[in-house]
Design a protein around this ligand. Structure first.
Ligand code: NAD
Length: 256
């Protein structure tokens, strides 16, 4: 039987890269995201890898929509083995100008959605006596940077949630871990380069060099493949004792 993975935000960036790796491993995949070509992306990957797929554009700002996304996954494939809470947004601003609705949306999508999705998946994972919850946090779940009050708060919160779910899941073979990447070149970061340039009064090239990669010892963007490989490892049967922990894939940023 092929295992099933649900990856939020899998029609762009890191989530899409993770989906491609799970497709190679033969998983059924529930794709999810707001990109208009999401269904086409899912269909292409299904054709290339001969796997079953579904697609949803559930809005993660709505708890009922998240619950429905999980139910749809279980109804479509009859199982849910791996949940990757990946979808996220960013907004960068000094706190005194930070719009309240931007703060609330970042907390809702980057943190609360992981809670609602994990909660909805829990019963099925218990029945299976198998579950792997993988939260895509960030190096900003471990370290802070100025102008990112909402994002750093949400990503730290996700790491706390990861530890709690690991404890609660232990007796059911449900593991929960977080992956904490440094900077990855995705649409989310392209947007940030622009925002940071404004906040720091710098050119976009200066932001990459002097702000983003400054804190990484390895002066390269983190590859999507490295994150996807880590997700595959965490999803394995043999990873049952790897739980409650955070993996920094951050070019040495948090080693300092
Ligand atoms: P991305 O912008 O390429 O993709 C984000 C995905 O989330 C998209 O599919 C988008 O449709 C979906 N999404 C956003 N808002 C949504 C909503 N309201 N409802 C449903 N779906 C929604 O971003 P990415 O860089 O691939 O980021 C993926 C994750 O990795 C995020 O949690 C991000 O915080 C984290 N991360 C990214 C980096 C980086 O440098 N790119 C670094 C560390 C952590």
């Amino acid at each position: 039987m092929n295992k099933t993975v649900l990856i939020t935000g899998s029609t762009s960036g890191i989530g899409l890269g993770i989906a491609q790796q799970f497709a190679k491993e033969g998983y059924n995949i529930m794709f999810h995201g707001l990109e208009a070509n999401g269904q086409a992306i899912a269909n292409d990957i299904a054709k290339t890898h001969h796997i079953k797929v579904g697609f949803s554009n559930a809005n993660l700002l709505q708890p009922e929509a998240i619950e429905h996304l999980v139910t749809k996954t279980i109804d479509t494939f009859g199982s849910l083995h791996v949940l990757v809470n990946n979808a996220g947004i960013q907004f960068v601003s000094p706190i005194e100008d930070f719009p309240n609705h931007k703060y609330e949306n970042i907390i809702a999508i980057n943190m609360n959605a992981a809670f609602y999705a994990s909660k909805a998946a829990w019963k099925q994972m218990k029945i299976q006596n198998f579950g792997r919850i993988i939260n895509i946090s960030s190096v900003h779940g471990l370290r802070a940077s100025e102008f990112k009050s909402a994002y750093v708060t949400a990503k730290h919160g996700v790491i706390g949630m990861t530890k709690v779910l690991a404890l609660e899941g232990a007796e059911f073979n449900i593991t929960c871990n977080a992956i904490c990447p440094g900077y990855v070149k995705t649409p989310l970061v392209e947007g940030q380069i622009k925002d940071q340039a404004k906040a720091h009064s710098m050119t976009e090239d200066e932001v990459v060099e002097k702000v983003m990669l400054k804190k990484q010892a390895v002066k390269q963007f983190v590859s999507i493949e490295a994150i996807a490989d880590m997700a595959i490892l965490l999803a394995k049967d043999s990873s049952t004792t790897i739980t409650g922990t955070s993996f920094a894939l951050d070019g040495g940023w948090s080693a300092q």
